[in-house]
Design a protein around this ligand. Structure first.
Ligand code: SF4
Ligand code: SF4
Length: 384
């Protein structure tokens, strides 16, 4: 949308505040859904408040202050507001895209991002990952020699490579035990660029996209499989936009790929009661709600839904650079999710994104709480 059209569209926000709550019609109660509005408690942190800020910035009536930066760079980009607003009003704005656009505009004008967010951009420039880890250690978790050429390539992602290595290991176990032919990019894999794109730092992201796609082309990839919901969304939605072309490869989240290769196989789950947390990038971002649930029904005793699930999911609080720049807010959001998960009576909270697992586990460590697992870990157990 051009900025003139966008500005006109922004005037159509009714300030009805329905974007702050989960769908009342489906749930029959008013449950909060916008973490930033719930945590900070000011209108400016809600979607409609950010639309006001957008209007003022686009019409030149607002000079960004440190408070403006705090409001915009603490936005999670979880998309809960967008799914509520679009279901209930005629507003044509894509809230997530708008907030990302505003951040990019500010960065271009020399405002923001937050210091921690700038710092991981520097790490990506030097090490190809946001964690200030050496690039040579990207495959340190790997125990076996694996091919570097195949039609199917597993794109591991930075968080599974350096922080939640158990997810990368479980994924490899599943692929090996299923007899799938697949390759890894190894050190040719670089950060997908999601942490940059979510914080308005677009320049370097394009270089990463070009590098990763060239590496995949050389590997002979026709299908690319992702553990990380963020990488999956970045390749699927951001890369074509950044590069102005379709990628010409099939892109799948592991939940979709595992369902394809494991359907009809005998799986021996431990029969535990589980509940499922929809990662925002996978659910609202890419519309993938059912494959993880279908797999969980195969390996768990029962799958009990939280009140807020699918489009109505509460964000874990980690995304868009919030975990590093606003750690208290990120952990608060995750602890709210843990509280909700515990109320289901489930033994395990399962997600299908390494960054969700990381934040939910961190919150659980702080307050004590239920076990958190990635879907791939449960599937690897069931195939053992
Ligand atoms: S639901 Fe949409 S129209 Fe209503 S306040 Fe939120 S953004 Fe504005
Ligand atoms: S994207 Fe998420 S955190 Fe941001 S305004 Fe919308 S609901 Fe709130």
């Amino acid at each position: 949308m051009k900025s003139g059209e966008l500005l006109r569209e922004l005037y159509h926000c009714l300030h009805c505040h329905l974007c702050n709550f989960a769908d009342w019609h489906a749930l029959d109660e008013w449950l909060p859904l916008c973490p930033s509005y719930s945590y900070f408690g000011f209108e400016s942190f809600s979607a409609s408040g950010k639309m006001e800020i957008a209007r003022a910035l686009l019409s030149g009536g607002l000079k960004p202050s440190s408070r403006t930066l705090q409001v915009l760079f603490s936005d999670l980009g979880c998309g809960a507001c967008h799914s509520q607003c679009h279901g209930l009003t005629g507003l044509k704005v894509d809230h997530v895209e708008l907030f990302e656009e505003l951040k990019a505009m500010l960065v271009e004008r020399g405002y923001g991002p937050m210091p921690k967010q700038k710092s991981y951009a520097e790490s990506i420039r030097r090490n190809h990952n946001p964690y200030w880890e050496k690039h040579e250690k990207r495959t340190a978790w790997l125990e076996e020699e694996l091919p570097s050429q195949a039609r199917t390539v597993y794109f591991v992602g930075c968080t599974s490579s350096y922080r939640q290595k158990e997810i990368a290991r479980s994924t490899i176990e599943i692929l090996l035990r299923s007899g799938e032919e697949f390759a890894l990019l190894g050190r040719e894999e670089w950060c997908c660029g999601s942490p940059l794109l979510r914080t308005g730092q677009r320049k370097l992201a394009k270089e990463l996209a070009e590098h990763n796609l060239e590496a995949l082309r050389k590997a002979g990839a026709k299908t690319v499989v992702f553990s990380c919901a963020g990488c999956y969304r970045t390749f699927s939605k951001d890369y074509p936009r950044l590069l102005g072309r379709e990628l010409g490869m099939e892109l799948l989240h592991t939940s979709q790929y595992f369902l394809r290769i494991l359907s009809g196989r005998k799986l021996k789950g431990k029969g535990r009661k589980v509940t499922y947390h929809d990662p925002c990038h996978l659910g609202r971002g890419m519309g993938v709600y059912e494959p993880p649930r279908e797999l969980l029904r195969l390996v768990s005793g029962s799958l009990i839904e939280m009140k807020r699930s699918r489009e109505n999911s509460w964000c874990c609080g980690a995304g868009s650079g919030v975990k590093s720049a606003f750690p208290d807010f990120a952990l608060w959001s995750a602890s709210k999710r843990l509280e909700e998960a515990e109320k289901t009576g489930a033994e395990v909270l399962v997600s299908s994104c390494p960054f969700c697992k990381r934040n939910l586990e961190d919150a659980g460590r702080k307050r004590g709480g239920m076990e958190v697992k990635d879907l791939s870990e449960l599937l690897a157990e069931a195939l053992a």
